[in-house]
Design a protein around this ligand. Structure first.
Ligand SMILES: Nc1ncnc2c1ncn2[C@@H]1O[C@H](COP(=O)(O)OP(=O)(O)OP(=O)(O)O)[C@@H](O)[C@H]1O
Length: 682
């Protein structure tokens, strides 16, 4: 899945002001793949002079010209002309573009159908042109698997097995075909993680560790606990996470939003400094600058609430991006200053939002760690995975156990906290601790998220239909009506009015607060169910309510999304801000914490775009008080369990889901599959 288009704008934002909104259709059958190359002009997606088999897959939209060309070139270089082998290579190239690490031959057909439709939905929006979900790719001449596998295994292009030659461009292992580079990334992650899991645990004074984790994670009522009926929190899993981090070289801390992950990181650092410190060198990192800034802020908040001795122990650790931690070299996305030869000096490395970390980046990070560094990976594996290839966090959570000893070591410290449920115990062997208690929002929103996560469509629909103050379901027909949209419109307008009022009055703090009030989320970027269309609709609704915008490219009240990192202004890709009047006839753009807004003159901004609506992908890592998510038609391949879960969990108080019952069922029933070998034993 690719990131949202960055309509780079350093001078003036185009706000789509001319687009007259129509309320139709977000639902309906998905667009049919157009017959490529039949439009008269030259289709840049079509490979010139492709071999017949590859040409068919290319025309059907399964393969792009680039996939065909790469396979063709590799075939020429190695003397391979078997079209079935070249097709598999092209599919492996295609897979990486779609987020997979490899192509699993047995699964290639079903994945290709979805990917091809996805491509078409994104690239060729417009009214639906054909029957829903037509399996264009399924009608293609897929080679029979046994003969196809045999041809791949015998090819001079292919290294076979783990020990196959190192100089071939693709590798064939366990029915999966990898571009060799991705195979090596996967092997690094496998080797490093397995090595850490199998290594001797750290020697720590058991009694001191037990005392520290119980002091930092007591089972007690807390003033800020919001656990529905009960105000007592069971902190056993948080204790377990801290104990794992003290003993093991890799801890994977997972949980949905508001389950206390950040709190646990801060307290776990205090425990580590107490029992394994003092003066442990700690690195906090996240995949994006925005996530790093949030992490630092949240950890700082928890540390400020500690007693003086713990505050002194933990200090004020700074968070950075993984790229910056590794010493990113401009012009190279793969080479860093820190690597296996020049390792990071830290004793503890904590990575937040790990679900967004790609396989290649995880491999570089792991290689750069000293064996005695404690690694703590934190994130929510049920959210959408990285834009680039891999779903490392999900794979690490779902792997079969690698080593055995950890639960026993944990029992020696926190005997009552080691879970009995076989599933929890299995993952614990791999250092995985899942936090399950939700503190931040009401139980209802948590139950909806959990039903989606579990793939339980009946319960998800029941929660939505119960119409609580946490979730609502605007159940639509195939086409949206004004009545369906009344609630969304009311929220968009209320937010827009508050935003514009504050912005025109020069009140940056209020404007920033209004920005977090409500967010309209969509699955697609383009097309009738996409961000571009709905952002224009939302803008028009607001314009009708607040009157015409001031002249000029930067009208007060315009919400903006930063689409590039910029060191000069300290703004990161994904930051959102709002244009406000500066009180002297000009405007500034306010970003960040409403209590301490950062004000930037428009001419200093990096690339930005208006943000009246955003993709769910973009919303990852942020939360809003209220969220409305407009579901695409059930046939949309972007409509996945992870997408709906990520959308729902962006809401702090209320989520409104707009769509058909079929769309909800389709989403809940379709977990994303990203081919990878990490979950397979070698
Ligand atoms: N054990 C606990 N008992 C009571 N409250 C807790 C506990 N752990 C965390 N909290 C509270 O729950 C809220 C959410 O915690 P936190 O921010 O650590 O969650 P999170 O999982 O990091 O959320 P997100 O993923 O959204 O950043 C905070 O207000 C925090 O103080």
């Amino acid at each position: 899945m690719s990131a949202e288009p960055t309509t780079s704008r350093t001078a003036a934002p185009t706000t789509g002001r001319t687009a007259r909104p129509s309320t139709g259709p977000t639902t309906g059958p998905p667009a049919r793949p157009p017959a490529r190359g039949t439009g008269g002009g030259v289709d840049p997606g079509l490979a010139v002079a492709a071999r017949p088999l590859l040409a068919q897959f290319n025309v059907a939209g399964v393969l792009d010209a680039a996939d065909v060309h790469v396979a063709d070139r590799l075939g020429r270089l190695t003397g391979e002309s078997d079209e079935r082998v070249l097709l598999a290579v092209a599919l492996a190239v295609r897979g990486v573009r779609a987020g997979a690490v490899c192509v699993d031959l047995a699964d290639a057909e079903s994945l290709a159908v979805a990917d091809a439709a996805d491509e078409v939905q994104a690239a060729a929006p417009g009214p639906a042109a054909g029957p829903a979900g037509e399996p264009v790719a399924g009608a293609l001449p897929w080679p029979p698997i046994p003969a196809w596998s045999a041809a791949i295994g015998a090819s001079p292009l292919v290294a076979v097995g783990v020990d196959g030659p190192a100089d071939r461009p693709v590798r064939w292992v366990g029915g999966r075909l990898y571009l060799d580079r991705y195979w090596r990334h996967e092997q690094v992650v496998r080797r490093e993680v397995d090595g850490r899991l199998a290594a001797e645990p750290f020697t720590v004074d058991t009694a001191a560790l037990a005392a520290a984790v119980h002091r930092h994670f007591p089972d007690a009522a807390r003033p800020d606990a919001r656990v529905g009926a009960s105000a007592t929190s069971d902190n056993s899993r948080q204790r377990l996470a801290a104990t794992t981090a003290a003993l093991s070289r890799v801890t994977v801390l997972t949980g949905g939003p508001g389950t206390g992950k950040t709190t646990t990181i801060a307290r776990l650092l205090a425990v580590l400094q107490e029992v394994a410190g003092p003066d442990l060198r700690v690195a906090l990192a996240a995949p994006t600058g925005k996530a790093a800034a949030r992490l630092q802020e949240s950890i700082g908040g928890v540390v400020r609430g500690m007693d003086e001795a713990d505050r002194a122990r933990v200090g004020a650790p700074a968070a950075t991006t993984i790229h910056r931690l590794l010493g990113w070299r401009p012009g190279s996305s793969t080479r860093f200053r820190h690597d296996a030869a020049h390792r990071l000096p830290h004793d503890v490395v904590v990575v937040d939002e790990t679900s967004m970390v790609s396989l290649p980046l995880m491999a570089r990070l792991l290689e750069a760690l000293r064996p005695q560094t404690r690694l703590v990976l934190v994130g929510d594996p049920d959210q959408l995975a990285s834009v680039e290839a891999g779903a490392v966090l999900g794979d690490l959570v779902r792997r079969p156990p690698v080593a055995d000893g950890l639960p026993d070591r944990l029992r020696a410290v926190v005997p009552a906290d080691v879970p009995h449920a076989p599933d929890d115990l299995t993952v614990l062997r791999n250092g995985v601790v899942r936090l399950t208690e939700t503190y931040r929002y009401g139980a209802r929103l948590g139950r909806l998220a959990e039903a989606i996560r579990q793939g339980d469509a009946e319960s998800a629909l029941a929660e939505l239909r119960a119409g609580s103050d946490a979730a609502s379901f605007v159940e639509t027909g195939e086409r949206l009506t004004d009545v369906d949209l009344a609630g969304v419109r009311a929220d968009v307008v209320a937010t827009g009015v508050a935003l514009t009022g504050a912005a025109r009055a020069g009140d940056a703090a209020q404007a920033l607060r209004a920005l977090e009030e409500h967010r309209l989320l969509l699955a697609h970027r383009r097309g009738p169910a996409g961000v571009a269309h709905w952002a224009a609709v939302a803008e028009e609704w607001v314009a009708e309510a607040v009157g015409p915008a001031a002249d000029g490219p930067w009208p007060p009240g315009l919400p903006l999304l930063v689409t590039a990192n910029d060191r000069d202004t300290g703004l990161y890709n994904g930051d959102t801000g709002v244009v406000v009047a500066d009180g002297a006839g000009g405007t500034v753009v306010a970003f960040g914490d409403p209590d301490q807004p950062r004000l930037v003159r428009p001419h200093r901004l990096p690339a930005v775009q208006p943000v009246h609506a955003m993709t769910v992908h973009r919303g990852q890592g942020s939360q809003f008080r209220r969220v409305s998510v407009l579901l695409p038609p059930p046939g949309s391949p972007l409509l996945t369990r992870e997408l709906l879960y990520t959308a729902v969990t962006r809401a702090r108080e209320h989520v409104r889901v707009v769509g058909t019952e079929a769309a909800v069922r389709a989403a809940v029933g379709r977990p994303i599959r990203r081919a990878s070998g990490l979950q397979e034993p070698l």
